[in-house]
Design a protein around this ligand. Structure first.
Ligand code: 6PG
Length: 262
């Protein structure tokens, strides 16, 4: 049994898996479970994918049996937590990566795929994505869309989505989507804002690899560190938060007694 671990920002369940493959399969099973729940209660399921390299293994698991045939893709709507400011066919595109490994391999209707138009002016892309969210979730300007599931990755600097340390985006409380300049990357990004992420029914961090062990330890062992790391500002206000971590990334937490292998 995994003891609930309480990093900054509220209750969270930390689950450790032997390796990246077990981790990806567990994430796919979690998505399948929540898709079934979401569809039963609302008729459709909304999931925001994260970017970078970690989710690629998850995409391959979802594009393969049993998930490829078992998931009700016609009722699943896919979004992104953040996107790079590049065209969809660019190798850095989060949409492009998911399309190649997953969306082009399963029977998901094109109308169910809601990408950020990274090829546009960043501010324009953010505004159009925000309008898309309000339309799809049927929420007026004073309400937040509630995603059923938001996948988040974790950078070694503690960033998540495209909320980077020191970014103004961390303090955004009105807008759903912003396009911050990321100094360290010398580029703009488009990202969901903390209020939207925190309002999700389930926030699921997917963390893999030895290079994430140090930042993960900071998050779990030093929750009161200031300034808080961006990932530490993610606090579920309406749902739950899960951390699915493989052993190389979570080794120090095992030593600290925070968690055991699932
Ligand atoms: C992105 C992400 C970003 C990512 C982390 C971890 O667009 O890059 O959404 O937040 O999840 O940087 O990336 P890796 O999985 O590649 O380590």
């Amino acid at each position: 049994m995994i003891p609930p671990t309480q990093p900054a920002g509220g209750a969270a369940n930390l689950r450790l898996y032997r390796d990246a493959e077990d981790l990806a399969r567990a994430a796919a099973e979690e998505l399948q479970l929540r898709a079934r729940q979401g569809i039963e209660s609302r008729g459709w399921f909304s999931v925001a994918l994260s970017g970078g390299s970690t989710p690629k293994r998850l995409f391959r698991v979802l594009a393969d049996r049993p998930f490829r045939d078992a998931l009700p893709w016609e009722r699943i709507h896919v979004f992104w937590g953040d996107e790079r400011t590049v065209p969809p066919d660019h190798p850095d595109s989060n949409y492009g990566s998911a399309h190649e490994a997953l969306l082009s391999q399963v029977a998901i209707p094109a109308a169910n795929v809601h990408r950020v138009e990274g090829e546009r002016d960043p501010e324009d892309a953010a505004a159009r994505y925000e309008q898309l969210l309000r339309r799809q979730f049927e929420v007026a300007s004073d309400r937040l869309p509630q995603f059923d599931l938001i996948f988040l990755g974790l950078g070694t600097d503690g960033h998540t989505a495209s909320l980077f340390p020191g970014s103004e985006a961390l303090h955004e409380r009105q807008r759903l989507v912003v396009a911050p300049w990321i100094e360290k990357l010398d580029t703009y990004r488009v990202t969901l804002t903390p209020p939207v992420i925190n309002h999700a029914a389930c926030i699921l961090f997917l963390v893999s690899g030895q290079d994430k062990a140090e930042v993960l330890e900071r998050i779990f062992e030093h929750p009161d560190e200031r300034p808080a790391l961006p990932a530490q500002t993610i606090r579920p206000t309406a749902g739950e938060m899960l951390w699915l971590v493989d052993e190389p990334a979570g080794r120090s937490l095992m030593r600290g007694g925070d968690a055991d292998l699932v």
